[in-house]
Ligand binder design. Structure first.
Ligand code: UDP
Ligand code: MG
Length: 338
């Protein structure tokens, strides 16, 4: 009896010790060549969060900077306990840097923001308060965006419209890095390519409750943007991937099977028609474009069908090899024992 009680108390103490070490929020910052902004950024994050009595850790991920950002972060991290510096071996891109940050984050919530001071750390407490209302993801909305009109705002307007239409996540500004997540949600999302722009869409696939809040946005004070107009094409390609993931990840055969079957039936129909006029009417069919169409449709149909089967196999491997269930549970409620 007593040993049971002691064990229970020990377990309770252990839980308390663990939760004491879990900060309320991990702030994840991807960094490439932003050395001038860093001192101001760290200062701003630390001040806001301590003033609001929010326990925090800052995770700065250096993504192959060549301007001394990594060295600066290393010296800072050695002397302050609220900073973890994760230095990547080379430049992998913003998505990978964020993903690395997520892996080292232990906080109950995760906030991401840019290192260039365009996002304002003073908005973090507001986003966290919104999370507490029961959302899994709160996305920033740069209502008064401070970027060039032609090369930034216009493509971004079009991209936002397209993403909104295709992903069914109705927020205004997908490109804003300032976002807050519940950490369980982040653990479920897997990032590839440049999918950081589609985190709300990925979160939607995971069944998250998503909302947005207007946040401040400032013009870049130091350095320059790492992206130009060329990202438009990459965004479009990523959009296709996301669209596919959202619709067909668990049932590829429904798409490819249907397309394949339609194509085969059409091809077969034309083939039968041609056979009929050849045999019954004795017409030549060797020079008819319809014959080529029939063959093309049949071959394509078989290909699509087989592709669907392969995709089914791949999809099963994808889910089963990682132990990923095809559903996400928000909570389980049972009657507590008395
Ligand atoms: N960034 C990064 N790796 C890259 C490119 C960018 O970690 O390869 C970081 C960059 O330092 C910044 C954030 O990602 O903190 C967003 O980049 P940027 O401000 O250039 O993008 P913009 O705000 O112009 O869209
Ligand atoms: Mg920026």
């Amino acid at each position: 009896m007593r040993s049971g009680l002691i064990r229970e108390r020990m377990a309770q103490e252990e839980d308390e010790a663990i939760s004491a070490n879990v900060p309320d929020v991990s702030v994840v910052v991807p960094i490439r060549d932003e050395v001038e902004s860093l001192p101001l950024l760290l200062e701003a994050i630390a001040t806001t969060l301590s003033e609001n009595h929010i326990s925090y850790e800052i995770i700065c991920v250096d993504d192959g900077s060549t301007d001394g950002s990594a060295e600066f972060l290393k010296t800072q991290a050695q002397s302050r306990s609220d900073l973890k510096a994760v230095i990547l071996r080379r430049n992998y891109g913003q998505t990978a840097a964020m993903s690395a940050g997520f892996n080292y984050a232990v906080g109950k919530a995760i906030v991401t923001l840019d290192a260039d001071l365009q996002n304002d750390p003073a908005d973090i407490p507001m986003l966290l308060a919104k999370l507490d209302e029961g959302y899994d993801l709160v996305s920033g909305w740069r209502q008064k965006r401070q970027d060039g009109a032609v090369n930034r705002l216009l493509p971004s307007k079009i991209a936002n419209w397209l993403i909104r239409r295709t992903t069914s996540v109705y927020i205004h500004d997908y490109g804003c890095s300032l976002k807050a997540y519940r950490s369980e949600l982040v653990a479920d999302m897997h990032l590839y390519g440049e999918l950081h722009r589609f985190l709300p869409a990925l979160a939607y696939i995971e069944g998250a409750r998503i909302t947005e809040m207007p946040v401040r946005h400032h013009a870049r004070r130091f350095g320059r943007s790492k992206y130009g107009i060329s990202r438009t094409f990459r965004v479009l390609m990523d959009l296709l991937t996301i669209l596919f993931m959202k619709k067909f990840l668990t049932r590829p055969m429904h798409v490819f099977g249907l397309l394949g079957l339609t194509s085969m039936v059409l091809g077969l129909g034309i083939g039968i028609y041609l056979t009929f006029i050849k045999l019954a009417m004795g017409e030549m069919i060797g020079n008819r474009p319809l014959l080529i169409l029939a063959v093309l449709l049949l071959v394509t149909g078989v290909q699509l069908f087989c592709f669907g089967l392969l995709a089914e196999l791949l999809m099963r491997t994808y889910h089963e090899s990682q132990g990923r269930p095809i559903y996400r549970v928000r909570e389980v409620v049972t009657k507590k024992p008395n």
